[in-house]
Design a protein around this ligand. Structure first.
Ligand SMILES: [Zn+2]
Ligand SMILES: [Zn+2]
Ligand SMILES: [Zn+2]
Length: 467
């Protein structure tokens, strides 16, 4: 039907909705178009509202399922935003990392967050943190391969440090044995080092060729799961599981469902996800006996007997569903400068944040008297994050950072946050700048909710920019 009448279109929409009751508006539109029906999104939405009811994720669905009050939350769609699944991680000793901070569970899309346990003064260093899972940005690859930088902590070198240590199986270089040791748990896992596990080479090449950093982190998460399980035993594996599954997460398909750029290219993107998943399996969970034997040999190092994964473990870590969840988790938690940070990942967003995130050089020391001005922007330091109070923060107030550059106009911020993180920001600044609340005519500010345009962004939190 290249030019359907209203009646024909209504019939086609009804039919598609019955065939795909779980699809959101845009995917339903794609399903209708796949049937050869030519229709604009605007007309489609109009007809959809005429045939009545809602589609999956519509307001009526959300209203019938009130949020459960519990410690953690499942990822779900409420109205037109996503609420990531999130939990507090009992194994994370927040007091030891940031004594003046405590975790809190908020309702709704905010999930978990951090609040000041006592007053914080402007310029105060609240905490410093190394990544739980480190990963350099593709912009640094050249320096890394030229040995101008530590492969783990990303400290730049004028010349090789005296303490330099190399991976025993490949040319990767590190500041010292300590950095090498940390790298083996995080940024340079033995199962992904091609010298140790040659089956990882095609995966590494794919990650670097596509500069697909979040995939690189997913690979490290899976490698570390296998390594922890084999070399540190069941208790360590359990703690690791708790840490990984406490990061807020949304499934990639769920996240991209309303993104027109995704819908337009969903075939290509889904194929890429499939390819990435296959490469992960070949490297870390191979299917042929020969490859399985090779991997088992690496995992047996140290003489421990390694049991095969249970069906449940296989599902939880290596299924395609698990892959999309892990990818979604990394995308909403990845910090631009260095990877995944366990405590920093608790911080919620505000367009008027009270906390500043910086990568300061190694020699930086906290101010000795407070309040103090924030440090000037300096050359980047290592991957260690420093969190500073941008203002005096009273006890009990939530600590916030900005996930997007602060100089973006409101409508841009709203789009970037919805596409990248699943929520419509209603922070004080967004409310203050909301044209419809200023008594002016609504210059289309709200219409973007049905008209979001975003790239299939990798969703990296650019916390150090524009602040
Ligand atoms: Zn280092
Ligand atoms: Zn290596
Ligand atoms: Zn805002």
């Amino acid at each position: 039907m290249s030019n359907p009448t209203d009646d024909e279109l209504r019939a086609a929409v009804r039919e598609a909705r019955e065939a795909h009751p779980d699809l959101g508006v845009l995917k339903l539109l794609v399903a209708v178009k796949e049937k050869g029906v030519t229709v604009s999104e605007k007309r489609f939405r109009k007809v959809l509202s005429e045939v009545g009811g809602t589609v999956a994720g519509g307001a009526a669905v959300a209203a019938s399922k009130p949020a459960k009050k519990k410690k953690g939350k499942k990822s779900r769609r409420v109205g037109d935003h996503l609420e990531p699944e999130t939990h507090l991680d009992a194994t994370l000793d927040i007091k030891a990392i940031a004594p003046k901070v405590k975790a809190a569970m908020f309702g709704g899309a905010r999930g978990k967050g951090l609040v000041a346990a006592e007053e914080l003064q402007m310029g105060e260093m609240i905490w410093r943190e190394e990544p739980f899972m480190a990963c350099a940005s593709p912009a640094l690859h050249q320096m890394l391969s030229a040995n101008q930088m530590c492969n783990h902590c990303l400290a730049a070198w004028d010349r090789l440090p005296r303490t330099v240590a190399a991976c025993p199986k490949c040319p990767a270089a590190f500041c010292s044995r300590l950095c090498l040791q940390r790298a083996q748990e995080s940024s340079h896992h033995p199962l992904l080092c091609e010298g140790t596990n040659p089956a990882a080479a095609p995966l590494n090449e794919f990650i670097q060729g596509r500069e697909w950093r979040s995939l690189g982190i997913v690979a490290r998460i899976l490698a570390r799961f296998l390594g922890t399980r084999a070399w540190e035993g069941p208790d360590a594996a359990k703690a690791y599981d708790a840490r990984i599954f406490s990061f807020a997460r949304v499934n990639m398909e769920e996240r991209e469902r309303d993104n027109p750029a995704f819908v337009a290219e969903s075939g290509t993107i889904t194929a890429l996800w499939g390819m990435a998943h296959q490469l992960l399996l070949s490297a870390l969970h191979p299917q042929t006996e020969l490859e399985q034997a090779r991997l088992a040999k690496i995992l047996r190092k140290g003489g421990r007997q390694v049991t095969p994964l249970t069906d449940e473990e296989e599902q939880r870590w290596f299924s395609y569903h698990a892959f999309l969840e892990l990818l979604g988790m990394v995308n909403i938690n990845l910090e631009d400068s260095g990877g995944l940070y366990a405590l920093h990942a608790h911080l919620n967003h505000s367009c008027e944040p009270n906390v500043q995130v910086r990568n300061l050089p190694k020699g930086w020391t906290p101010p000795d008297s407070l309040p103090a001005p924030l440090p000037e922007r300096m050359q980047r330091g290592t991957h260690k994050l420093t969190l500073l109070a941008r203002e005096t923060i009273p006890e009990g107030k939530e600590l916030t950072i900005s996930y997007v550059p602060l100089d973006m106009p409101r409508s841009e911020r709203q789009k970037a946050l919805r596409m990248g993180y699943g929520f419509w920001c209603d922070c004080v600044r967004c409310e203050r700048e909301n044209p419809s609340k200023q008594g002016k005519t609504n210059g289309g500010e709200e219409t973007h909710k049905n008209d979001v345009v975003g790239s299939i962004a990798t969703g990296v939190r650019s916390l150090t920019v524009g602040q």
